[in-house]
Design a protein around this ligand. Structure first.
Ligand SMILES: [Zn+2]
Length: 76
């Protein structure tokens, strides 16, 4: 199953892929090697980009009405 590619807002090429957060599966590693997804690591934080462009390395967030994760801001 092919993953969808998204239009990059920076270079205007359809080479944007979803960034996968959390511990990756073997399948996710294989998809990452084919540039079908981007592995984002295991740390979930607010404000992380959700898409990655395999052409220009630009990363961006999808505009949503509600945040994906309702994580409160931690005071530093
Ligand atoms: Zn791009």
């Amino acid at each position: 199953m092919a993953n969808p590619k998204f239009l990059c807002p920076q270079c205007k090429q359809k080479t944007g892929v979803n960034i996968l957060y959390g511990y990756p599966t073997i399948e996710a590693f294989e998809q990452s090697e084919r540039n079908e997804i981007k592995l984002g690591g295991c740390v979930l934080m607010k404000g992380q980009p959700e898409r990655h462009c395999t052409s220009c390395e630009h990363e961006w967030q999808i505009v949503r009405r509600k945040p994906l994760w309702d994580i409160p801001e931690f005071p530093l």
